[in-house]
Write a protein that binds this ligand. Structure first.
Ligand code: TPP
Ligand code: SF4
Length: 405
């Protein structure tokens, strides 16, 4: 990927399936922020290939810095990540107060520059590391006779901005961990959430989640999913102050890179939904990135960014980054067994669901296009109005559900 190929990955040889669509996003994350990153990883494929103990693909650089990673539970990962953020904030506050107390010995100018330093861009973070190293050098001789100096040394590194990431799959984010995730989105803290969206519970063999698309088959949706996938992005956007991006690396790597950078730099909560191809989709993963491209080209997976800060300069916060659909949904979907399976077991239902799925894609894309024209972007009222026109369950004639075989 242009712009990052020379950055060292701190996520290396994982035990994921060959061609997994999740791991490239983690590698990118580690290249960009790995040396100051805290990761709360929900249970799922990413916790298994990310922690296949006694080894781990999470690594360190030549300075010994690397991501601090842990897996809590499937159901409380967002809360766990929020705890990491609160702890990092507490440590930073403690370090700042000790630094102020020791200003006469350390030098007022150095203390002031450490406390006031901006740390948004990587160059600023590097400059802060140098200041903190200087503070450490001045502290070491003091540590022998001053307890405050010893205390400060134990938390000094927290003066370099921590990058906190909550990572998990769609089963976690859309379903089982959603209550906690919603709590995090509403908490207004500087936290980043990355959803590796395979649209099924991959690690337990492909059960349907609320992210499973209309028309696809999955375990518990063997007769084809009858309801469109939940729009988690719009739910987050409704808060108004959450940065939200939908990305697909195989379709537009530069947009993915921009979204990761913007999300991390945003001093608030960010949510990235990352399209991740998976063996559960039923196609040769050698063509995973190509299939991502088709998902975007068909309009099924529009790329966008909701950037709250844009409102401050009078611009629409909603940026639609992918062009109008150029291919029908079928040209993307029918490359995958999860969609094709139904054509053998129930061709009539497959045909009807394909029509509905195409209509849902077309409607959704048009709505997103409208959102990008609104000066204030998709406000909760605009989202509600749009959702009505998409046809909610019960309002559209659905194919009668045939029992799963
Ligand atoms: C409360 C709870 N329910 C179920 C499980 C079993 N479980 C472990 S991983 C997983 C699937 C994870 O799916 P997803 O979040 O989509 O991540 P993916 O594996 O697709 O990356 C399930 C159901 C669990 N660990 N805890
Ligand atoms: S099952 Fe899917 S998400 Fe899990 S490691 Fe394999 S390809 Fe990746």
């Amino acid at each position: 990927m242009r712009g990052v190929q020379f950055l060292e990955p701190l996520f290396e040889f994982s035990g994921a399936c060959a061609g997994c669509g999740e791991t490239p996003y983690l590698k990118l994350l580690s290249q960009l922020f790995g040396d100051r990153m805290l990761v709360a990883n929900a249970t799922g494929c990413s916790s298994i290939y990310g922690g296949n103990l006694p080894v781990t693909p999470w690594s360190t650089n030549h300075e010994g810095r690397g991501p601090a990673w842990s897996n809590s539970l499937f159901e409380d990962n967002a809360e766990f990540g929020l705890g990491l953020r609160l702890a990092a904030d507490k440590h930073r506050a403690l370090a700042a107060s000790l630094l102020r107390a020791l200003a006469p010995e350390l030098g007022a100018a150095l203390v002031e520059s450490v406390l006031a330093a901006p740390q948004i861009q990587e160059s600023q973070v590097r400059a802060q590391r140098a200041r903190v190293a200087e503070a450490r050098a001045r502290l070491l001789p003091l540590a022998e006779h001053r307890a405050e100096a010893r205390d400060l040394l134990s938390v000094l590194d927290h003066l370099v901005r921590r990058s906190v990431w909550i990572v998990g799959g769609d089963g976690w984010a859309y379903d089982i961990g959603f209550g906690g995730l919603d709590h995090v989105l509403a908490a207004g803290r500087d936290i980043n959430v990355l959803v590796l969206d395979t649209e099924v519970y991959s690690n337990t063999g492909g059960q349907a989640s609320k992210a499973t698309p209309l028309g696809a088959t999955a375990k518990f949706a063997a007769a084809g999913k009858r309801i469109a996938r939940k729009d988690l992005a719009l739910q987050a956007i409704a808060y108004g102050n959450v940065y939200v991006a939908q990305v697909a690396m195989g379709a537009n790597p530069q947009q993915t890179l921009q979204a990761f950078r913007e999300a991390e730099a945003y001093e608030g909560t960010s949510l990235i939904l990352a399209y991740s191809h998976c063996i559960e989709h039923g196609f040769d993963l050698r063509y995973g990135m190509k299939q991502q491209d088709l998902a975007v080209a068909s309009g099924y997976w529009p790329l966008f960014r909701y950037v709250p800060a844009m409102r401050r300069i009078g611009e629409s916060p909603f940026r639609l980054d992918s062009p109008r659909p150029t291919i029908p949904f079928k040209a993307y979907a029918y490359n995958e067994l999860r969609y094709r399976r139904l054509t053998a077991s129930d061709p009539a239902a497959a045909e009807e669901l394909l029509v509905q799925a195409q209509a849902a894609v077309t409607d959704k894309y048009r709505t997103y296009e409208d959102f990008s024209q609104l000066r204030d972007g998709p406000t909760p009222a605009a989202v509600t109005a749009a959702a009505k026109s998409w046809g909610l369950p019960g309002e559209v004639p659905l194919v009668p559900a045939t029992p799963a075989r």
